[in-house]
Design a protein around this ligand. Structure first.
Ligand code: NAD
Length: 423
């Protein structure tokens, strides 16, 4: 099948590589010419396991990137994978989606074969039906039925993105008409996963609801963790017992310093904003966001309780990426933590196995180190913010600190070394 993927970011590049692995001919359409060059040279612009190997395998054969939308004319399916960032009021910015929709429409004007425009980005319920569909039909000068529309949300986790794409828990396909849904189902026929076929808007809502529920589990675990800490109970023992209930599952019950990344904060905010717009007060979603906002600052309070005033104190921050196995720092809790440390006059030395370079763009003024030990030299305190497995081996490295005050925000250090944020 010939497929055009619009947007060569995390979702676009992973989907395109995964679909090439499934045997399809894929063109990535990306407005950033530097990214296009990198992809065409089999250099991944992001870090993901096995991505480089897949690019080496398919680039120049069944995978190519371009700044032009021309491939849409020949494609059976276009997958819109552009960003939907938060606007200042928390709602989702769908302007990139609409721009992609118009350009797809342009390219379909002179084509008569059936084409399915598929939204893979996370968009507010109703976006495809009320905005994408009319924009494509108007621009292409086609009638309803001449072009198909589908919604196929992506559930990959950064850091394990290709594995998730190729072995998903489920494939959700929302479609306007049966034919479009069948074409998208055929596109995934190489994957072994249950398929849920539904309506366009329900598929959009499934993605928001999944992310909101995962974020809720995390904030819930964090709030219980804060209570447990005051009661001197280990929240990890508590959640182990809770997670054994088959109705709940043990996943996403790890208390810590909160969730970040490009999806949970933005999607929960967008869902809360949608609820407000339609007159439904999102009490629970607001609380999920509020707990998450406060949680990283708990690490600062714990640190201050032990070190006193932070002015001119050297604090090592271990972990900058929003999670392990990625260099992505979008909405990382490390950003909130470093901001707070700097405001209080601390000197920050930081180390992340992959994300130092990205964080330099936000905080050029802090000290970046090439390993944890260097960051810890003469430090008055240490905050562990990302669950990188290599941090679980740290032990003697802490001996180079001036004072061994260590706060673990992810339960990754060996027992007895650190004080936990909520254990
Ligand atoms: P991203 O910012 O990494 O990538 C988006 C890409 O689209 C960028 O490279 C940008 O240059 C390009 N682009 C923007 N407008 C374009 C246009 N008109 N034509 C061609 N290219 C264009 O974003 P992402 O993380 O891949 O997320 C994309 C969507 O998928 C978002 O809606 C996001 O919420 C959703 N999503 C993301 C993840 C994730 O883990 N990152 C997981 C599931 C869903």
């Amino acid at each position: 099948m010939k497929i055009s993927v619009i947007g060569g970011g995390y979702v676009g590049l992973i989907s395109a590589s995964g679909l090439a692995e499934c045997g399809h001919d894929v063109t990535i359409i990306e407005i950033d010419a530097d990214k296009v060059d990198m992809i065409n040279n089999a250099q991944p612009p992001i870090f993901e396991y096995n991505l480089k190997e897949l690019l080496n395998k398919y680039v120049g054969k069944s995978l190519i990137a371009s700044t032009s939308y021309e491939s849409i004319a020949e494609s059976e399916v276009s997958l819109i994978c552009v960003g939907t960032p938060s606007l200042p009021d928390g709602s989702a910015d769908i302007s990139y989606i609409l721009s992609a929709a118009q350009q797809i429409g342009d390219m379909r004007k002179t084509q008569s074969n059936f084409h399915v425009v598929t939204v893979k980005s996370t968009v507010p319920p109703g976006t495809t039906k009320n905005f994408v569909l009319p924009a494509v039909l108007k621009q292409s000068e086609k009638q309803h039925g001449q072009i198909g529309f589908a919604v196929n949300p992506e559930f990959l986790r950064e850091g394990r993105a290709l594995e998730d794409f190729l072995h998903p828990d489920r494939i959700v396909i929302g479609s306007e008409d049966n034919k479009s849904g069948e074409i998208i189902e055929k596109m995934y026929s190489g994957l072994d996963a249950p398929v849920l076929r539904t309506h366009l808007t329900a598929a959009e809502m499934i993605k928001y609801t999944s992310n909101a529920l995962l974020a809720t589990k995390i904030s819930f675990a964090n709030e219980i963790g804060n209570i447990c800490k005051t009661l001197s109970v280990d929240v990890y023992d508590v959640m182990k017992g809770v997670g054994m209930d088959h109705r709940l599952s043990p996943h996403f019950l790890n208390a810590g310093c909160g969730f970040g990344g490009s999806c949970f904060p933005k999607d929960v905010s967008a869902l809360a904003s949608i609820a407000k717009d339609i007159g439904e007060e999102p009490h629970l979603l607001n609380a999920v966001l509020q707990v998450n906002k406060n949680q990283p600052l708990k690490m600062i309070s714990l640190l201050e309780a032990k070190t006193g005033n932070l002015s001119q104190k050297k604090i090592a921050v271990l972990g900058l990426a929003f999670k392990d196995f990625t260099d992505d720092i979008r909405e990382s809790r490390a950003i909130t933590i470093i901001q707070s440390l700097l405001r209080k006059g601390a000197i920050v030395s930081a180390y992340d196995p992959m994300a130092n370079e990205n964080m330099k763009e936000i905080f050029p003024e802090i000290i970046y180190c090439t390993n944890a030990r260097s960051a810890l030299i003469d430090a008055d305190g240490c905050l562990v913010v990302t669950e990188w497995p290599e941090f679980s081996d740290l032990n003697e490295e802490f001996h180079v600190m001036k004072r061994q005050i260590i706060i673990d925000g992810r339960r990754i250090l060996q027992k007895g070394i650190a004080e936990g944020i909520c254990w």
